[in-house]
Ligand binder design. Sequence first.
Ligand code: FES
Ligand SMILES: [Fe+2]
Length: 355
Amino acid sequence: MNAGEVPLDALLPRRDAGERVPPGWYVACASREVRGRPFPLLVAGQPLVLFRDGAGCIAALEDRCAHRNAPLSAGCVREGRLSCPYHGWEYDGDGRVVHIPAAVAGAHAGLRIPSHPVRESQGFVWLWLGDGTPSMPGPPLFPHLGDRGWTSFTLHTRFTGRVEDCLENFLDCPHATFVHRYWFRAPTGKPVRAVVRTRDDGVEAEFFEEPRERSLVWWSLAPAQGAMRHVDRFIAPAASRVDYEFPGGLHYIITSHCTPVDARETQVTTVISFRSRWPGWLVRLFFEPLSRRIIRQDVDMLRLQAGNIARFGGPRFHGIPADLLRAGIVAWRRALAEGTPPPAAGSERHADLHL
Ligand code: FES
Ligand SMILES: [Fe+2]
């Protein structure tokens, strides 16, 4: 370890002290990852196991056998049932014990382990986290994924940091002139106007007179002239969406869904979709490695931030008006977790910042 590097494993707790996850649909993994074998997963500090049941539907169970606590993910799937590696107890997709090899008939009546509702959508597996039946019928859609005239690619990124810190980072312009200097933005000191609006599903910021100088991204992917429409949006409980739209139909959308792994890490699924006059493969050839490079810069920064928060035993945040969306993100997520009303839609505030 380099001098000054923070030993995160020693500092950061894996378990949350009873913090509630805001209820919602969360990305578990890509559909293709769940095949014939049990697929282990840690979500919000809970060890889970995914498998495909007899109908080919994905089920998510607690990764702990009701009998002697063996991890079910170390077992196998037999005719659509999850079989424990220790004594062979078998579970259906709802977590019910349906067969005990050593027992006489009826010994397992009513035995069940916790399960989560699961949906597959657009090639991703989504889990419902929260008590009872889902209050939202299905997971949200990644915009324009698979649509005609649009090209998309997906990035799976593990961040050291909590969901709020990731969301704030994805929706924060000022950090880009430092963390992504010349890659994505360069400091110009120019005044930029922003409008922050509350919505019925979160909060958004729209930017006006935004500079586009000395940046590899804007030099290569955006026309030099003409107005750009840029909106950053938090969508509760754990998603960000960034739109850049130009005259003539050019449009980039970056959507990220955050899944808490535990108290120290967040798994982020990002879909970048674009409509452009260039062939999709050509833009992807350039844009995909560039996006990975820029996301790595954020991963490194959030790791430093999380390490320092741990070093001081907790955070001490000080917000300014240019921190446009953090307050809304925190207020929404806290309300959902506590079951209280979220911020009302329809309010608007203006903010000035320099980029
Ligand atoms: S521990 Fe799973 S069957 Fe015994
Ligand atoms: Fe960033």
